[in-house]
Write a protein that binds this ligand. Structure first.
Ligand code: PLP
Length: 422
């Protein structure tokens, strides 16, 4: 698409946008002037879909009127609540329904997956991840290494950007896999890096790891609901993600996990067991059958009974994705929206900032990370004062994420104008 800096052009793109009405489905936070903020922080906390309130209230009402009977009697019975999320979640990440489960939070799920898949031996004990990774992932991975009595200095390999670059070269990741192929137990990467917005080639990295017998897992915190995924076909072993960023399911929303069918159906795999991972048919015969019999699906990694009030918003948010026709049309708009933002930033041609997100659209989602050369905090404050909501990552990066569900081309245009006037 050929872009133009003309305001009229932005308005025209909005008119032609088949997803333009989805903005109406969200509560838009207002600025001091009473007008909606330019909300580019959906990579941090997505906005609230309007149907969410009713869906949460429905469960509060079920509790109020049915008490314990709501486990089995309500419209969406609590006992099997996760089943209502299964199919839409599977569609979103490109999985078979039995491969996904909504449970816990992201970092907890990462630990649960590592408990199953990180089985270090004397010769094969290393883990490869990218740097910089989100701190929680680094803490979790180092803790897992230490938990097995190993030293992260021996066991952790980091794929870093080359000198004076920001993104990690795909070929460097592949090279590290090849060089350490017989020592690597796990490759654990982000789908989209939280800092640079770089989208990794999940299929390619997975294909490189497989011949070496390496387990491959992905943290999709910034990928789920942002880019199309095909976890089953790509042959990924496991994945985890949160639901409060691009999935708009609210603060601390219940997270997701993917376990490939070949593992999900393997009830012999070790895991940190709890009663909700047990076969529902024998779950309550606790005194008769104390042996844990896992469900032969991703459900078998559940531990506790599900937190209904933080799962209910997921029903509302996943329905929005289905209504939009899934990730393909969203990605089409997202590529234009972010491409337009990149075009306008390049037009400003400022010496004051550099976009550190890859220029190739296949190597990014919707987020652009803007490195401010001077007084980054002042720039952020100025953006805030002008009604922009975005975020800041130390030491000098402003992350902006125009999302296709509720952002407009005109907002992108206004954002670029504010930045140009800075
Ligand atoms: C947002 C994010 C997290 C947050 O973890 P929680 O367990 O949900 O608090 C972890 N890892 C990555 C890569 C993230 O982007």
């Amino acid at each position: 698409m050929t872009f133009s800096t003309d305001e009229q052009f932005a308005a025209q793109l909005d008119c032609e946008d088949p997803l333009r009405n989805f903005r109406e489905n969200f509560h838009l936070p207002l600025g001091k002037n009473g007008k909606p903020l330019i909300y580019f922080a959906g990579n941090s906390l997505g906005l609230m879909p309007k149907p969410t309130r009713a869906i949460v209230e429905e469960e509060l009402d079920n509790w109020a009127t049915l008490g314990v009977d709501a486990h089995h009697a309500a419209g969406t019975p609590w006992y099997t609540y996760h089943q209502a999320l299964r199919e839409p979640t599977a569609r979103l990440v490109g999985a078979r329904p039995l491969e996904v489960i909504c449970m816990n939070s992201l970092t907890v799920n990462l630990h649960l997956m590592m408990a199953t898949f990180y089985r270090p031996t004397k010769s094969r004990f290393k883990i490869l991840m990218e740097e910089p990774a989100f701190p929680s992932d680094t803490y979790a991975i180092k803790a897992q290494i230490a938990h097995h009595g190993l030293d992260p200095r021996d066991a952790l390999i980091l794929a870093r950007p080359r000198k004076s670059e920001f993104a990690v070269k795909g070929e460097d990741i592949i090279d590290l896999i090849e060089e350490n192929g017989d020592q690597l137990a796990i490759v654990m990467m982000a789908g989209v890096n939280f800092f640079t917005g770089q989208l990794f080639d999940i299929a390619k990295i997975t294909a490189a790891a497989k011949p070496h017998g390496i387990v491959i897992g992905f943290d999709l915190a910034h990928a789920a609901g942002n880019v199309p995924l095909a976890l089953h076909d790509w042959n990924v072993d496991f994945a985890v993600w949160c639901s409060y960023k691009y999935l708009n399911a609210g603060p601390g929303a219940v997270a997701g996990a993917f376990v490939h069918e070949r593992h999900a159906t393997n009830t012999q795999l070790p895991r940190l067991a709890g009663w909700f991972g047990n076969d529902p048919n024998t779950r309550f015969r606790l005194h008769l059958e104390p042996e844990f019999v896992p469900v032969a699906s991703a459900d078998g990694w559940q531990i506790s009974n599900p937190p209904i009030f933080s799962m209910a918003p997921l029903r509302a948010s996943l329905a929005v994705f289905d209504d939009a026709g899934g990730m393909e049309p969203l990605r089409t708009k997202s590529v234009s929206l972010t491409g337009y933002l990149e075009f306008l930033l390049a037009e400003i041609g400022s010496k004051k900032f550099t976009v550190i997100t890859p220029r190739n659209r296949d190597e990014r989602g919707c987020q652009l990370s803007i490195l401010a050369h001077m007084h980054p905090k002042d720039l952020l404050n100025e953006l805030e004062a002008s009604g922009v909501k975005c975020d800041f990552r130390e030491p000098n990066v402003i992350r902006v994420a125009p999302t296709p569900l509720y952002n407009t081309f005109h907002e992108v245009w206004r954002f670029a104008r504010i930045l140009a006037e800075h």
